[in-house]
Design a protein. Structure first.
Length: 335
């Protein structure tokens, strides 16, 4: 009995020693990544910096998809609608009211939140394939409105947005300055989402995802919790849309079409649903293949993405983040 007790104590002590090292390691990696991202405009040209700006804005949209698909277990094809609502609202604010990027960001966030609140109360009553189809219908409906409504330019899109400014300063004309603004906003959004995921509310969402009947028996209200995260995901997507508009200074119906929604969901699958950094990495891979590698392979970027998706499903069912977690567990087991 004494030997067994000692072994249990030793195992507990080993786990307690691993956790601080793991947390410290994650902090070091996060700081290193942030420093590299912040230094990018100092060593790269305007085009690579512009590409990275698009990736950061798209990664914010992917975070909203991960909140629903990975954390809550609600696969969605409708987040591009809230992304587009944020982008169009930010562009309208920039054209008619103010060029201040912080005001445009707040307007995009509110637009995504309100649009999600108006449409989510129907969607969250369903689950699985039905929820997926409902979100697809919502996305296509919003896309149709943007494609036909003359107030937002209809099929021609919304152009004429002036360069952004910050707190009354001069226009941010250089690609690096716009990139730094988008990077700062994306980091704040990432941190906010991480706090939500690690909060008691985030644990409630994961509990609903894993066993909804048990959570209901414990007194939780799954529909209300799903509606809350649906609205939150809409706000995050709207923020990504505002960042996209701040960079592109042009918004078109294509920015909230089915292709964008499908690419965002694909990014979550590739990166690893439920993790936060994995889908962001998946977003970078997807946009690089679509916008950069596609020309090198004769315009067959969608085919390459399809092959990547099939390979991930069969070889990495938990995505890149799952692979990294498995490698870390093996190293800890060896140590």
């Amino acid at each position: 009995m004494r030997t067994v007790s000692l072994s249990a104590a030793e195992r507990t002590q080993a786990v307690d020693g691993i956790r601080p090292r793991r947390t410290a390691g994650k902090a070091v990696v996060a700081v290193a990544v942030l420093l590299l991202l912040a230094a990018a405009p100092l060593v790269l040209g305007a085009y690579p910096v512009s590409t990275m700006t698009r990736i950061l804005a798209f990664a914010v949209l992917v975070l909203s998809v991960d909140l629903l698909t990975g954390v809550t277990g609600l696969p969605t094809l409708g987040q591009a609608a809230y992304f587009g609502a944020g982008a169009y609202t930010a562009a309208l604010v920039g054209i008619h009211l103010t060029s201040d990027a912080s005001v445009q960001l707040l307007a995009g966030l509110v637009a995504g939140l309100v649009t999600a609140a108006l449409t989510g109360w129907v969607a969250v009553r369903a689950r699985g394939v039905v929820f997926l189809m409902l979100t697809l219908a919502i996305g296509e409906s919003v896309h149709q409105v943007a494609d036909t409504w003359s107030v937002v330019g209809a099929s021609n899109g919304l152009a004429g947005m002036p360069p952004i400014t910050l707190f009354g300063g001069p226009p941010l004309l250089a690609a690096g300055f716009v990139y730094w603004w988008v990077l700062a906003a994306a980091v704040v959004v990432f941190a906010a989402v991480a706090l939500v995921v690690r909060s008691p509310y985030g644990r409630t969402l994961r509990g609903i995802r894993d066993n909804e009947a048990r959570m209901r028996a414990l007194g939780y209200r799954p529909a209300l919790a799903r509606y809350g995260v649906f609205c939150l995901a809409g706000a995050v997507a709207g923020t990504g849309g505002a960042l996209w508009a701040a960079h592109a200074r042009f918004v078109s119906p294509g920015d909230l079409g089915f292709e964008v929604a499908a690419l965002a969901l694909l990014s979550v699958v590739i990166g690893g649903a439920g993790s936060l950094w994995g889908p962001c990495l998946g977003a970078a891979l997807v946009l690089l293949v679509r916008d950069n590698l596609s020309a090198a392979v004769g315009g067959h970027g969608p085919l390459v993405l399809g092959l990547v998706f099939v390979a991930v499903v069969f070889l990495l069912p938990r995505g890149v983040a799952g692979l990294a977690a498995g490698i870390r567990r093996r190293k800890e087991g060896l140590s």
